[in-house]
Design a binder for this molecule. Structure first.
Ligand SMILES: C[S@@+](CC[C@H](N)C(=O)[O-])C[C@H]1O[C@@H](n2cnc3c(N)ncnc32)[C@H](O)[C@@H]1O
Length: 489
């Protein structure tokens, strides 16, 4: 990486040696103004870039510390909201902003120092993605650059951002995105800030024309609502609906949504573990498996990939109401610890085990219902993890493929004849959904897909079945996938 920033495109590098000009009197030095909100946003972006940190894990402790400070650096709610918007918005829109910045800098962006690029992206987001007036966005970002990069680089930032400020987002997109007619996927990748291969994979899975994929990509750039689950027998939706800013869920009878500003940590039932934070798509997967029709006993349930325990806690509460026991198994011991925490206080019997689901510690045919919510690329949860789309690579699919197949094979071996397996992913990528199910069913002939759609009552636009794919733009959920499979012999 270069140690010096690039020169703004059209800049004056090498054209006007200052020695030939009369010297201007030097401006008196002015200390840079420290803006704690933008400094914190910059620190969070650096952690994401440098340490491969997750924004949703890095930001909360930084905000907590800023709220605990005394004096002018102490954050109030509006400061925290602005810092969050700056970090999430900058990361989500990075693809679009990179295309714009590339047009304003005279060298490839990869040759611009990463901290300088982070400041430029923060500035581009304020200029093109927020209502902050242009002059304020430029001057605040240049002051930030003076504090975190030094005066020399701040001049570069100033010059680049002045170019960015010459147009609005639509104007820039018209200039930098290839026309849809020439290259639909590249066009959508720039307009909606997704890597091209992700646009392509989402479109393959969604099908249809331009409108649907555009709505999906736009939904990925929206901040998702916080959804709570009232764990049955432990909390009620009425109790959660009494909270300020709470509205009923769309599909799950146990879901309550918190609108902007709702703090799950402030809800007593959440603090006591009787309710939890859980996307409605994740709730629907657990409910569909629990409601799948079954002949014979219904006493032993397995969650074979349970960490950190969202679905296990809902399954555990439902199992308790039916007199069934839940075994929640998770390979990584520390995540098994999280499952134990999520299940603590469950009203019925349960067991948490740290075990490899591809080499089960139980006998074949032990369970009546089995869920395997397998590790995956997470391309269905891009709303929540703003940096994830830039980290994932197509090669990651090959890494997950054998594990996904191994876990489904073992799930089918663990369920009794007549029992039901739910195969779930929080990715809609066909290589992680239908391809896995089809491959495994070729090897395990005594198993049939069953229609999952009637088990999500009231949920529209579930496709042709028998499996189910949820979508952020159609259902307001993460893009969860579920196939239900019955062992027949
Ligand atoms: C998508 S997450 C499951 C999310 C969980 N069902 C929930 O709702 O909270 C997949 C989990 O599978 C675990 N895992 C990975 N390999 C495994 C294996 N061989 N056996 C069991 N669990 C495994 C991962 O550690 C991860 O916690």
């Amino acid at each position: 990486m270069s140690d010096t920033p690039g020169t703004p495109r059209g800049g004056s590098r090498g054209t006007s040696p200052s020695s030939r000009r009369p010297r201007r009197p030097a401006k008196p030095y002015r200390r840079p103004q420290k803006d704690p909100v933008r400094i914190l946003a910059f620190e969070a972006l650096r952690a994401v870039e440098e340490r491969d940190a997750y924004a949703n894990l890095v930001l909360p402790p930084l905000l907590r510390k800023a709220r605990e400070k005394e004096g002018p650096e102490k954050f109030d709610g509006r400061d925290a909201a602005l810092a969050t918007e700056l970090v999430y918005g900058t990361l989500r829109r990075q693809g679009t902003y990179d295309a714009v910045l590339s047009a304003c800098v005279d060298r490839p962006l990869r040759e611009v120092d990463p901290p300088v690029l982070d400041v430029l992206s923060l500035g581009a987001h304020q200029l093109l993605g927020t209502r902050i007036p242009s002059h304020a966005a430029v001057s605040a970002t240049v002051e930030l650059a003076r504090v975190v990069l030094g005066d020399g680089r701040a001049k570069f930032v100033n010059a680049v951002l002045r170019k960015v400020a010459q147009d609005d987002l639509d104007g820039w997109i018209a200039r930098v995105a290839p026309p849809y007619e020439d290259d639909p996927e590249d066009h959508l990748a720039v307009v909606h800030s997704h890597p091209r291969w992700v646009v392509s994979a989402l479109w393959d899975s969604l099908g249809g024309g331009r409108e649907g994929i555009e709505r999906l990509l736009a939904a990925d750039n929206e901040r998702p609502e916080v959804t709570l689950v009232a764990r049955p027998g432990r909390a009620t939706t009425e109790e959660l609906l009494a909270e300020e800013a709470a509205v009923a869920g769309r599909w799950s009878p146990y879901a309550v949504r918190l609108s902007e500003g709702g703090e799950p940590g402030a809800v007593p039932a959440v603090r006591e573990g009787r309710a939890g934070v859980q996307d409605e798509g994740s709730q629907l997967v657990a409910l569909a498996l629990a409601d799948a029709p079954l002949d014979g006993p219904d006493a032993k349930w397995l969650d074979g990939c349970a960490g950190p325990g969202g679905k296990a806690a809902l399954l555990g509460a439902l199992a308790a109401q039916r007199g069934a026991v839940l075994v929640a198994s998770e390979k990584q011991p520390h995540r098994a610890g999280l499952v134990a925490k999520a299940l603590a206080g469950n009203p019925g019997p349960y067991q948490v085990v740290a075990a490899d689901g591809t080499r089960p510690a139980w006998r074949p045919g032990t369970f009546d219902r089995v869920l395997v919510d397998v590790p995956c690329t997470g391309l269905g949860a891009l709303r929540r993890r703003p940096e994830a789309r830039w980290r994932r690579r197509p090669e990651d699919l090959d890494g997950f493929a054998p594990l996904q197949r191994g876990l489904l094979r073992m799930a089918l071996e663990s369920v009794r004849v007549g029992g039901v397996v739910g195969y779930a992913t929080c990715s809609p990528h066909l290589a992680e959904t239908r391809a896995v199910v089809a491959d495994v069913l070729k090897q395990v002939p005594d198993a049939d897909l069953i229609d999952a759609r009637p088990l999500l009552p009231g949920v529209p636009e579930l496709g042709e079945g028998p499996d189910v794919q949820l979508w952020p733009h159609l259902h307001g959920t993460d893009a969860m996938y579920l196939a239900l499979i019955r062992r027949t012999a």
